[in-house]
Design a protein around this ligand. Structure first.
Ligand code: PEP
Ligand code: MG
Length: 316
């Protein structure tokens, strides 16, 4: 019995009827590993590599990057580690990667993958360091690009990963155009990871840094749920995985709804893992599906939340 309690507290993510939903950690670097391991993360769903690049005059070299990636891969033998390539620009400007011109709206400017068009060597160095870190390691490395908007961008990134010898290339779905055209993008990559923070920002034209627009950033907004459903359904139809690594995955009630929308893994800050794991073990995949349907049929974020609560008793 004690074993069962322990498994429920730190074991792999699973619905009550046994559908696996890998529970992964969002990390900013090796310093976040102890908390992720203690919370029973099955791997890393989002390694935000930009912290390696912030507040410095030059980009970190290949060796320094290799060491930082290797340390994370070594922490999850046999597990999955999804590393996101540098997501600079907008709220994370870099001194050595200035935008080509003045940007009145940095969130709509040269950020994420777009930045690498003008600076391909920064991406190539990062991919090379990653490929070396994966070599001879039992952790399964997957690499993904932020801020992908078109199939052409997805293809360009996947090709760069293949050239570097990386085994798995994915994209974040955080721009509405990518969610809407997910069926067209899915064949170009190995997996999707939905970034609900930016997807909400861009879907509702509401700056994520403005607290006064919090209601428009609410991940329960039915329009956001529709976009997630579109992306997850397209991935599943193409036989690809579709995770969520935005803040939405950390809400136990919403995590169940995400599974019901077709999402196949969840990644979040380590502190949220136990509550999400417990919520999944108490509800079946069918219940999650009904909750997702009810939430999408709602007319507002509050109504969606209330509808999901009715379908998933016991969750706040
Ligand atoms: C997101 O946009 O939801 C995301 C996970 O990425 P970040 O918060 O780093 O932009
Ligand atoms: Mg983002």
């Amino acid at each position: 019995a004690r074993q069962a309690v322990l498994a429920a507290a730190t074991g792999p993510g699973m619905t009550a009827d046994g559908r696996p939903v890998p529970l992964l950690a969002n990390i900013g670097g090796p310093a976040d590993l102890p908390a992720a391991l203690a919370a029973g993360a099955e791997g890393v769903g989002l390694y935000r590599t930009e912290f390696l690049f912030l507040d410095r005059a030059q980009a970190p070299g290949e060796e320094e990057q290799y060491a930082a990636y290797r340390e994370v891969l070594d922490a999850f033998p046999g597990g999955r580690v999804i590393v996101r390539t540098l997501d600079a620009g907008a709220d994370k400007p870099l001194a050595f990667l200035p935008p080509p011109g003045e940007e009145p709206n940095p969130a709509l400017g040269e950020r994420g993958l777009r930045m690498f068009r003008a600076h391909p060597q920064v991406m190539e160095t990062q991919l090379r360091a990653l490929a070396r870190a994966a070599d001879g390691n039992t952790a399964r490395l997957a690499v993904m690009a932020p801020m992908v908007a078109t199939r052409e961008e997805a293809e360009w990134f996947a090709q760069a990963c293949r050239t570097a010898g990386l085994p798995e290339a994915g994209i974040m779905i955080e721009v509405p155009s990518a969610a809407l055209r997910a069926a067209d993008l899915a064949p170009a990559v190995d997996f999707f990871s939905i970034g609900t923070n930016d997807l909400a920002q861009y879907a509702f034209a509401a700056d994520r840094q403005l607290g006064s627009l919090g209601a428009l950033q609410d991940p329960w907004q039915p329009a956001l749920l529709d976009l997630i459903h579109t992306a997850a359904t397209a991935a599943v139809s193409a036989g690809k995985g579709c995770g969520v690594c935005g803040e939405a995955a950390a809400d136990p009630l919403l995590a169940c709804v995400l599974v019901g929308l077709g999402v196949t893994s969840l990644s979040m800050g380590a502190a949220s893992l136990p509550a999400v794991r417990a919520a999944l073990t108490r509800h079946t995949a069918d219940q999650c599906g009904l909750a997702a349907q009810a939430a999408r049929e709602a007319g507002s974020a509050d109504e969606a939340r209330a509808a999901a609560r009715t379908q998933l008793p016991g969750l706040a």
